[in-house]
Design a protein around this ligand. Structure first.
Ligand SMILES: NC(=O)c1ccc[n+]([C@@H]2O[C@H](COP(=O)([O-])OP(=O)(O)OC[C@H]3O[C@@H](n4cnc5c(N)ncnc54)[C@H](O)[C@@H]3O)[C@@H](O)[C@H]2O)c1
Ligand SMILES: [Zn+2]
Ligand SMILES: [Zn+2]
Length: 341
């Protein structure tokens, strides 16, 4: 089969790979769609680990159901990329997302479990979830980023009427904006450095206003819209400038949720959090229930995720898609890959 392999910094190559075989009851899928995520971009920019096959958000059709006797060949599915140990305190309380083992063996984020940027995929049986007929392959492949946003919004505990600021208008930020509105936020702002994405966010209607993150008057504009700052700020970028802007645009006593990932340590003015008694919370991934909730919301047409889909490409266009997504100029939000195109 063909697959896309991380070769070096900002360098992916299409290669011939061995077909996966079912091991320890794993389910073998023919991949229908795989998403390119902001986290994948961090690995791509870093060029490590070499040989990684990315793709942790995907949909597929079962070739071999492995240990899943409730599923059969031809069933349409998606899966959580997590690999929890099943015995630790996190696992026993349903918080698979912060089990210490879960990311070491995650599908598409570790060398041990190759991801969905390949024609076929082997997935841990207990992570596979059936997709109902009402949910398309494209929607199913976007369950994962929707679940990330839903989890962040659950942790944020928004009160009706609160004002929410999102830092970073990628799919995670925009999905957070969408769920914040559903939870009753009265005003949702977005700070974004890419003006094409800022404008796109306004078109998608979940954001009331976008601020140019590079604007020297950014904080003055925030104050003009909120008096003393936003009740809740969700960082969906994960760099020094972004998290700093999250801290300074939160009102005293307000909440900051950190969703953006930085693989390197970052420097922050923590004095702002101290002086304003901010509540700062990390948010990682989702629970199985939140993942299933996103599928149910799509099936009932209660959320429209296809508005985030910019285009679908084949394996040979993946490298160019990464370049487009990091150009800082593209309005593209989510690019999906059809590895069998
Ligand atoms: N915590 C989790 O479970 C989880 C899950 C998925 C993704 N992530 C992380 O969340 C972040 C967002 O993911 P995505 O797929 O939407 O990524 P993305 O790369 O598509 O979006 C990030 C956006 O942030 C913008 N940005 C960068 N610096 C900024 C700044 N200083 N101010 C304002 N905007 C800025 C970029 O222009 C970009 O549009 C990434 O860091 C990703 O690794 C975290
Ligand atoms: Zn992701
Ligand atoms: Zn565990």
């Amino acid at each position: 089969m063909k697959g896309v392999v991380l070769k070096d910094k900002r360098n992916l190559g299409v290669e011939d790979l061995d077909d996966p075989i079912s091991q320890n009851g794993s389910v073998i899928l023919s991949v229908k769609r795989a998403g390119i995520c902001g986290s994948d971009i961090h690995y791509w920019e870093d060029g490590r680990p070499k040989g990684l096959i990315l793709g942790h958000e995907y949909s597929g059709v079962i070739i071999d159901p492995g240990a899943r006797s409730d599923l059969k060949e031809g069933d349409r599915v998606t899966a959580l990329p997590l690999s929890p140990c099943g015995i630790c305190q996190a696992c026993r309380t349903g918080n698979l997302q912060y089990c210490l083992q879960t990311w070491d063996y995650a599908t598409g984020l570790s060398l041990t479990n190759p991801g969905a940027l390949a024609s076929k995929l082997s997935v841990r049986a207990d992570m596979v979830i059936k997709v109902p007929d009402e949910v398309s392959d494209e929607e199913a492949a976007m369950t994962e980023p929707m679940a990330v946003a839903l989890h962040a919004i659950h942790l944020a505990n928004i009160k009706v009427g609160e004002k929410v600021l999102i830092i970073g208008g990628g799919v995670i930020g925009l999905a957070c904006a969408m769920f914040a509105k559903k939870e009753g936020a009265s005003f949702v702002g977005l700070s974004e450095i890419n003006s094409a994405r800022g404008q796109k966010a306004i078109e998608l209607l979940d954001v009331d206003k976008w601020y140019d993150a590079k604007d020297e008057k950014f904080i003055d504009k925030v104050r003009a819209d909120t008096i003393d700052g936003y009740d809740l700020v969700i960082d969906c970028s994960g760099n020094d400038a972004a998290v700093t802007s999250a801290l300074i645009s939160t009102r005293p006593g307000g909440t900051v949720i950190l969703v953006g990932v930085s693989t390197n340590p970052i420097t922050l003015p923590t004095v702002v959090a101290v002086m304003h008694e901010l509540k700062v919370k990390g948010a990682i991934a989702y629970t199985k229930e939140e993942f299933q909730t996103c599928i149910d919301l799509m099936a009932k047409k209660q959320i429209d995720v296809l508005k985030f889909l910019s285009k679908t490409v084949g394996l040979s266009e993946v490298q160019a898609s990464y370049e487009e997504l990091t150009s800082g100029k593209s309005a593209a939000i989510k690019i999906l890959v059809d590895p069998n195109k």
